[in-house]
Design a protein around this ligand. Structure first.
Ligand SMILES: NC(=O)c1ccc[n+]([C@@H]2O[C@H](COP(=O)([O-])OP(=O)(O)OC[C@H]3O[C@@H](n4cnc5c(N)ncnc54)[C@H](O)[C@@H]3O)[C@@H](O)[C@H]2O)c1
Length: 271
């Protein structure tokens, strides 16, 4: 299914680490739909990830940037505008990392320095991306800015720990910055709340298999895959969604609207 809905558009995709990354699928589909893009990730990810393979495959320049560094982000936007030959039409923020989860700290015994680092990487970086782009005047009028989030921002999933607050903050930045970018430049800002997905970040959460199976069994359509998430992202980058902004959009097979499901009661999980 390729329709050329991003023909002529220029974009930046953050967060492709390996073939499992949601951002990897998004970048591939953006390329297939006719967009030109640059790829970016934290400098450390250049060493252990496979982003170079993706860059070669879709002929995209890779510009390393720590998303918590406004200097790195300024360079990223400047180089992307130069490389792609004009202002940026879409941005995907696909970044998440919790220090306390990595170090297996219980939610009732969190290290606050680590928590601040988590918020900076997973949420404040989204504000930094938008503010840096605005100051650099790097986004085209009517551009589309997206970030990926999870329903733990609204409901309790105990093992998701401080990432729940990170996602609540991320979604709030989308609304608040969406107002400013909308009124100043007609730019859309949204978050997509994705089903549990087998990736490096996802599988780092304790009990991820149970998370995944529970959501799959509860959702009438089953969990949304990374590839399906990428389909949704390209629609949001396209001209078909020009008036959607400041929204948290659930892409979860119906999970967010469910109360109870007979499949759960029967212990009948979908594969
Ligand atoms: N996997 C899931 O179950 C799931 C569900 C809902 C939402 N999400 C969200 O999707 C997004 C992408 O995650 P994923 O599941 O594809 O996992 P992933 O591990 O492939 O991607 C996370 C990315 O964040 C990057 N990153 C970490 N610190 C960074 C920094 N300082 N600067 C720049 N980049 C940095 C990593 O290098 C990596 O590429 C995240 O926001 C995640 O929370 C994931």
């Amino acid at each position: 299914m390729v329709n050329g809905i991003l023909n002529g558009k220029r974009g930046i995709v953050f967060g492709a680490l390996d073939e499992q990354s949601i951002a990897w699928h998004v970048a591939e589909k953006c390329h297939a739909e006719g967009a030109k893009l640059t790829l970016t990730n934290a400098p450390v990810a250049m060493r252990f990830g496979k982003i170079q393979d993706l860059g070669d495959k879709i002929k995209s320049k890779i510009i390393p940037a720590d998303a918590t560094s406004t200097d790195d982000l300024t360079t990223l936007f400047e180089q992307s505008v130069e490389e792609l030959g004009g202002k940026i039409d879409f941005v995907l923020h696909s970044i998440g990392m919790s220090v306390n989860v990595r170090k297996k700290r219980e939610y009732t015994d969190l290290n606050y320095d680590w928590m601040l680092k988590t918020f900076d990487v997973s949420a404040i970086s989204f504000h930094k991306v938008m503010q840096t782009a605005l100051h650099a005047d790097a986004l085209s009028d009517g551009a589309s800015v997206l970030a990926l989030t999870y329903i733990a921002a609204q409901r309790v999933f105990p093992d998701y720990s401080e990432m729940a607050e990170s996602k609540a903050l991320l979604e709030s930045f989308a609304r608040s910055f969406g107002y400013h970018l909308g009124t100043q430049k007609g730019i859309r800002v949204n978050t997509i709340s994705q089903s549990p997905t087998w990736t490096t970040a996802g599988s780092g959460v304790k009990g991820f298999q149970e998370f995944f199976d529970y959501a799959n069994s509860m959702s009438p359509l089953g969990n949304a895959s990374a590839e399906e998430c990428a389909d949704y992202c390209i629609m949001m980058f396209s001209d078909y969604t020009k008036k959607i902004t400041m929204q948290n959009l659930f892409h979860d097979g119906g999970f967010s609207s469910m109360g109870i499901n007979a499949a759960q009661l029967m212990g009948n999980n979908k594969e």
